[in-house]
Design a protein around this ligand. Sequence first.
Ligand code: CUA
Length: 344
Amino acid sequence: MLRKFSGFALVLALLCGVALAADPVHTLNVLDMSAPYNQAIRPLLIWTLVFSVLVLLVTGGALFYVVSKFRAEEGDNKKADQFHGNNAVETVLLVVPLAIVAVLSILTADALAKVNKTPKKDTIKVSIDGWQFWWDFKYTDLGVRNSNELIIPVGKPIEMEINGKDVIHSFWIANLGAKRDAIPGQKAHVTLTATKPGIYYGQCAELCGASHANMLFRVIALPPQEFESFVSKAKAFKPTVAATDNGRKLFEANCAACHAVQGTNAKGVAGPDLSYFGNRITLGAGLWKNEPQKLHDWIKNSGELKPGSKMPAFSQLSDNDVSEISKYLYSLKIDQDFSKYPTL
Ligand code: CUA
């Protein structure tokens, strides 16, 4: 018995060691109280924890007490006392759980009322689509589209409408509190507000296929003026390279059926929007740092890097052609640096 337990403890210790040794690129923290959403559910979270610990201590303590006090001794053949019913104990066993459930119900109703409250005005509306295995963001009123990196202003409520395009996904940013399932044929609504600038880590939270774990995204919260500047630059965006540029021609011949670049003939909707791709911090739906070598490998055979990727392999393209396409993609840029913000 003891040997079995020490084996289990060893495995647990090893797993903890691996987790601690891993280089954290982000901090998923549902207790990040800078977000109003997380603040709204904090009392519920804390009281649920308090009650859980109390129930564990009281029931566990009672069990240990009874087992050690009334344990049968060697040669002890006396029959245990038999009795029927104990009104005091039964009343406590009924009233205490009822009281706990009542308190948690009130806290739940209060939290739900707070997080589901839709601000009447001065919001930014974003329509969010979950695809295997990436995210699409359309700013309904601003006429701007971006994929995999949601750029928002600090302090302003973002009214999101979330939809699944193929299977069920779940849109989740732990530190901002927003989480809703993205279900095909349904539109879920949630409002989030970021209170400090930074790059927040988002993750699909519903098993959706081979690359569920790789279906990430980022939320980049900018100071309000920077956001205004982003919106006007994004609306006015068009490529700086001419339509005769070789990389652009190769891109439009090979990639435009699925990808869109604002201000060009590339108008595909089945894949991420690649306007101002040069500003992206990440690649492969939040999976890697946006680096030329990774992009090169991605174009050649994305399925090898990300299992289940719907993007076909372009191994028929020469290394030189792929480099030309990459060069074109990195030229798609607005004059703004998002990478300078802290990763939260
Ligand atoms: Cu999409 Cu999991």
